[in-house]
Design a protein around this ligand. Structure first.
Ligand code: 0O2
Length: 215
C-alpha cells in the first residue's frame, strides 16, 4: 500500500465491511470451501499420478485465505466499494492454493490435468515461468472458478492457484522476506543479484530434472 494513506477512507472501508459482517462471513466461508475443493483435487491427482510415475509430483500444498487487513488494503488501493459483491467480482486472490512440485514439467502436467476437469473454469492464466517477472519471480498462476455445493445452491467461487517448484518457492520466500512489498528500494546491483539467484535456481531445476530423466 502507498506510504500516505487516507485514514478516513481506510476506516470507512473497515466499518462498511463490519456493517456487512454476516454476508462477508458467509462469503469468506465459501472461499474456504473452494480452497479445500481445489486442494483435494490436487491431492487426488498426486495420488493417481504417483502410481503412473512411481513418484509423487507434488511435494507439498499450502493454502491461505487472504487476511482481513489485506482485503481492506486491496479495496483501498484499487478504490473498490467495500461490499461483498465487489469483493467477489473484483478480487481474485482471496482464496490461494500453492502447489509445490518436484520438477518444472510436473507443473505443466498437473495444471493440464487440473484444467481439463469439467467443473474447473479457467478465468486467467499468467505464466511467470516462461515469462519471469523483472524481479526474477517464477511460478505458474491460474485463476479458476470451482463449484461448491451448499445446502441449497451450487456456487462458483474463484481461487488463485500458484504452481512452482521447490527452488522457485525457496527463491520467492527469501525474496518476499528481503524485499517484496516492503517499500524498500534496493540498489540496481542488489536487484540484479536477486535476479541472478532466481536464474541459478531455474538452472538447477532443469539440471535435476535432466538427471532424473536420464536415470
Ligand atoms: P502474498 O503476500 O504472497 O499473498 P494482484 O494479485 O492482483 O495484487 P498481480 O500482479 O496481478 O497482483 O498478481 P500476480 O502477478 O499474479 O501476483 C500475485 C502474487 O504472486 C503475489 O501475491 C505473490 O504471492 C506472488 N508474487 C508476484 N510477484 C512476486 C515477486 O516479485 N516476488 C515474490 N516473492 N512474490 C511475487 P500477493 O497477494 O501480492 O502477496
Amino acid at each position: 500500500m502507498s506510504d500516505k494513506i487516507d485514514i478516513v477512507k481506510f476506516e470507512s472501508i473497515k466499518s462498511r465491511l463490519q456493517e456487512a459482517a454476516q454476508p462477508y462471513r458467509e462469503l469468506m466461508s465459501c472461499y474456504k470451501c473452494a480452497m479445500m475443493e481445489v486442494e483435494t483435487k490436487f491431492r487426488v491427482l498426486d495420488e493417481e499420478l504417483s502410481l503412473e510415475y512411481d513418484r509423487n509430483p507434488i511435494e507439498s500444498i499450502k493454502t491461505r485465505l487472504k487476511s482481513h487487513e489485506s482485503i481492506i488494503d486491496k479495496l483501498y488501493t484499487r478504490n473498490i466499494q467495500p461490499i461483498p459483491e465487489n469483493i467477489e467480482s473484483q478480487i481474485y486472490d482471496i482464496a490461494g492454493v500453492r502447489v509445490i512440485c518436484t520438477f518444472p514439467s510436473d507443473i505443466y502436467m498437473l495444471s493440464k490435468a487440473f484444467l481439463g476437469q469439467d467443473d474447473v473454469k479457467l478465468v486467467e492464466i499468467k505464466d511467470y515461468i516462461k515469462n519471469p517477472k523483472p524481479s526474477g519471480y517464477r511460478s505458474l498462476h491460474l485463476i479458476v472458478e470451482v463449484p461448491i455445493f451448499l445446502h441449497d445452491e451450487k456456487k462458483f467461487v474463484k481461487v488463485e492457484v500458484q504452481l512452482r517448484t521447490m527452488s522457485m518457492d525457496w527463491w520467492a520466500s527469501q525474496e518476499h522476506k528481503i524485499k517484496y512489498k516492503k517499500n524498500v528500494s534496493l540498489s540496481p546491483e542488489a536487484e540484479n543479484e536477486l535476479r541472478q539467484c532466481a536464474e541459478i535456481a531455474a538452472e538447477l531445476d532443469l539440471k535435476m530434472e535432466k538427471i532424473a530423466k536420464n536415470i
